[in-house]
Design a protein around this ligand. Structure first.
Ligand code: FAD
Length: 280
């Protein structure tokens, strides 16, 4: 544990306090990654800034064209949110695969994104949902396509002290699926995961977005497969061709959890299952 924990009551107070806080500081949201790292002796920061109750980060808000999900909303709150279920079917399908119910009561999407693990389930689902990430550093605000936030394993384009405010998902009716292959059906880090968002009309894919976890250095947006699927009839032949194509887009590694060749093969299997489920 660091010597100092700050807990600003608002964003305004955070920006005011920041210059006086110890320089080796990190944000603390649900703590499921940060406290785990600290317990393992891998966090050496002198100060944690608890942002978990900042009202500006705790809301889910609808506008006419988009859904804003605050970065500090708990995964279990998203699970119960009617607008999230309506507009984010991929994220909703991913949530039961996300850790355990007790972890979901603490973990947030902001922490999932800032931690930048290639196997982050929430991030992978949101990339398929075509989410943007909204960032703030004092008065400066910027927005990035979420897929562009990640620069490598555990590395992001976040500037020092830059805060993830939340995520914006366009309100577009679509089907969603999330298939995760792990050591068991629930509660485990994935060997491979596939997220699919698809707008389907008359048995044809109008628009598709495929994202993958654990098979590249970053949560991967599969641009070629997504573009290829647009306009195709949903059929076993389309699923088989898409499954071949996706295997050429991923770059898995062999590690303690799985082998590269198996992971690559499973990306095809999981994508055909996702297409089948989106069509049902
Ligand atoms: C037992 C266990 C099982 C797990 N299973 C899964 C799983 O199945 N799927 C999965 O995806 N993850 C899993 N995780 C990882 C973890 O729960 C998630 O990554 C979670 O979303 C992190 O969110 P948090 O709020 O707890 O982040 P924290 O631990 O509070 O923070 C993580 C990092 O993000 C930074 N940060 C947090 N919020 C912000 C913000 N708003 N702006 C900028 N930086 C920020 C922190 O400074 C820190 O560096 C698991 C973890 C554990 C311990």
């Amino acid at each position: 544990m660091p010597e100092f924990i700050a807990k600003p009551a608002s964003l305004k107070e955070l920006w005011k306090q920041l210059p006086s806080l110890p320089s080796s500081r990190r944000y603390l949201a649900g703590g499921t990654d940060l406290v785990t790292a600290d317990n393992a002796g891998a966090d050496h920061s002198g100060c944690w800034i608890d942002i978990g109750d900042l009202p500006e980060l705790r809301a889910v808000k609808e506008t006419a064209s988009s859904l804003f999900i605050g970065s500090a909303v708990k995964i279990s709150e998203l699970e119960r949110s009617a607008p999230v279920r309506k507009w984010c079917p991929v994220l909703s399908a991913a949530i039961p695969h996300f850790a355990s119910p007790s972890l979901r009561n603490m973990a947030t999407l902001g922490g999932n994104a800032a931690n930048a693990s290639p196997c982050a389930d929430g991030v992978c689902a949101l990339v398929a949902e075509d989410a943007s990430v909204l960032l703030a550093l004092k008065d400066a605000r910027r927005r990035l396509p979420l897929k562009d936030l990640f620069t490598g394993p555990k590395r992001t384009a976040l500037k020092r002290d830059e805060l993830i405010l939340g995520f914006e998902v366009p309100k577009r009716p679509h089907a969603g699926a999330y298939f995760k292959l792990g050591p068991r059906a629930r509660f485990g880090i994935s060997k491979a995961a596939v997220a699919l968002a698809a707008e389907i009309s008359g048995g044809r894919v109008k628009r598709a977005a495929v994202a993958l976890g654990s098979v590249a250095p970053v949560p991967l947006y599969a641009a070629r497969t997504s573009a290829w699927l647009a306009g195709r009839e949903l059929s076993p032949e389309t699923a088989a061709e898409a499954a071949e194509l996706i295997k050429s887009e991923v770059s898995p590694i062999t590690d303690a959890r799985s082998e590269a060749a198996y992971r690559r093969e499973m990306c095809g299997v999981l994508l055909s299952r996702a297409l089948e489920s989106a069509a049902a």
